[in-house]
Each structure stands twice: as structure tokens, then as C-alpha cells.
Design a protein around this ligand. Sequence first.
Ligand code: HGY
Ligand code: MN
Ligand code: MN
Length: 409
Amino acid sequence: MVAIDERRLLRRLDELAQRGALPGGGLYRALYTPAWVSATELVSGWMKEAGLLVRRDAVGNVWGRVEGSRGGRAIVTGSHIDTVRGGGALDGALGVVAAVEAVASLVSQLGRPLRILEAVAICEEEGSRFNTNFWGARAIADRIEPDEASRARDADGVTLADAMRGVGLDPANVAQAIRRDIDTFVELHVEQGPILEEEGPRLGVVRTIVGTAHLEVVVRGQPDHAGATAMDRRRDALLGASAMMLAIADVAREMGPPAVATVGTIAVEPAQVNVVPGLARFTVDARHSDNAQRTLLVADITRVCKVAGRERDLSVDVRTLRDRPAVQLNERAADVARRACLACGVAPRDMTSGAGHDAQVLSAAAHAAMIFVPSIGGRSHCPEEATAAEDVILGTRALAAALRDLAYS
Ligand code: HGY
Ligand code: MN
Ligand code: MN
């Protein structure tokens, strides 16, 4: 069993959580912002302290590497360093801090590995700032679309390309982040749901990651005077959108778990108290672990929006913003993760992840495995996100055991 420095692990999680801490609680660490720069510098320092070879790649992923005596393809562990708005201290961050802790502990106790061993802080996964997501993992896996950096803009109209330049990165070099030499990627992550917490055991091994479709629905009616327009003369876009949202939730409920659908954003025009809304624009996050079922879910969502539009004389446009298919993670890598959990005294639960992860994207470029630890109350993507310290430690131990199996034997 490789000993990890438990106090250092927990202390660093707290330190990282200060980068992007919001005054009202929770965090917001968005790609290429000062909080993001500060977090990447903190992690680089930890990697240097561990004697790793540290570099920042073309999109801002931070790699800490130790050469293997046999060379060959690399064993990589890590997760994303960005957060959602009002996010918690562990989503992504746990996988980054645990990766540095596991690699540092392995190297200090067992010396040079046989295989190249790397910890990585992946620059962005959540899509919090720019209308794109998995930016870091897609750069590694060569899944960046042509001129995506110059097309993606944040709420202030800043392009991803300009934001890159602002932190000393050149968007023309994005392809230099591609890695074709990764053998296996292992990610430690909080479950973000209630299963491990409510049913046990304390560790999970992910077999499937659900597919996620993000849609944008634009509903057009006509703006009118709120006082002088009788109710039966209106083409109220927001009222129509509201009917659509309730119908969307019914569609997911009728399909049954693991189907889920979420309307997370809504914008109204002209957004004035005394004007009947002429336009409503909202997003839908639709997920299923089976790709055919997800296609059906998206089709049903589109149908109910169109029906509600026709019934209310509103025009409705539904477009897909992005669609990430469900993936089955590699069987061999899952066995390594399972053996590592058993070595730590826990027979892990095979799980489907309702959350998307970097491993989902990196599974296109390497064998990928994920280890889950419980989320208290099943909560995540919120300031209340938390995991018991002993589970953080247990998960990091299991990660270190998996990396030992992969890189030292
Ligand atoms: O949306 C997700 O599932 C992930 O947190 N990005
Ligand atoms: Mn997340
Ligand atoms: Mn995450």
C-alpha cells in the first residue's frame, strides 16, 4: 500500500477552493480568468514540489510528468480545474489534487516508474464561460472543431481565442495539445449523485458515462402592451416557453431513469415588466446512458415544443448546440480500478455516471477509467458539494493503487 500525505491532500483541496471563491459561498473558476490562472499556478507549484517535469500545453492544460525507465505510452491521471457558476470545491478539483498527491507519493516511495506517469490539470470541462465544453480534453483527444476558438464567445462577447491570448496562449497552436501517446487515463471524481452515499459502498467504478445533448429553443410571439392587450389577443412567447418546459420535464419523467432533461437558462425579450414577451430563448440539457434512447428523448422534447408552439400561434426553433455520446469505459482499465479499490479494502460498485466527465472525451484517445467517491446528500454543482475527508483519502489511496498497478508493474 502506498502511503499518501493525508493532511497535505486535504490542505491543498482547501487552498485550491480559495481560487475563485465567491463572497456568497461556492466557487466560480472560469477558463482563462484570473481565478483560473491562480489555480493553475498553484497546481504547477505542487507538481514542481513533487519533482515532476511541469509544462503548460497549448490550451493551458498543466502537466506534471515523471519519465518511465521503459518509456512507451503514458499513464495519465487528472481532472478539470474549472468549475460551474456557484460550484463546489470538489468537482474536478478532487481529481486534480488527488492526481498530484498520488503521483508525488508513488515517486517519493517507489522511485522512477517503468511507464511514463503524468498528472494533469485539465483547463476546462464545464462550458461555464464559453458556449463550448470539454475544451481541455478535446484538445488532447484532437476533437477541436476548425476555428472553434475564434467562434466561441463569452457573455461579454470575448472570443475564446482572445481570452487565450490574454493568458499568453496562441489559439493558432491548439493542435499542439494533441496527445497520441496516452495508454490509460484514470480520473478520480465525486459521484455527484446519491447512490454511494445512500446505498454504499464507499467507492464506485464507472462503466458507462451518459450522453448529453444541449439544445437551444427559441420561441417567437409578439411583444404587446401588458395593459391594453386582452389575454385572448396575445402571442406571449414566455407563456408558451413555460408550457414547453413543463412538457419537457414530463417527457423525461415518462421515459423513466436514467433519462433526465433540464432547462437551466432562460432569456426573455424585451424583458420589461409592462411588455408581453415577444421572444423567449431557453436551453435544454437532455441525457441518457443509451444513445438511441437519447436520440428519442431529444426527438420527444422537440415534438412537445413544436406542439405547444402551434397551440399558441408561436414560432419555435430547436437547435442542437452540442451532443456528446454516451461511452462505455474500457473493461481492462475498469478491472485495474476495481483491483485498486479491493486493495484498499472496498469491493466497488459498478456505476453509470449521470454527469459528464473528461474521461468520456479522453476515452477516444486512451483507455479510460473512473473511480467515484460518495457525495454527501448526493449534492454537486452547488456550494453544498462535499465529501467526507475519509472518503477523499480512500479515493486517493485507490487512485494511487491503480497508478501503481499501471505504471510500476
Ligand atoms: O455537465 C456535466 O455533467 C459536467 O459536470 N460537465
Ligand atoms: Mn461538473
Ligand atoms: Mn466534473
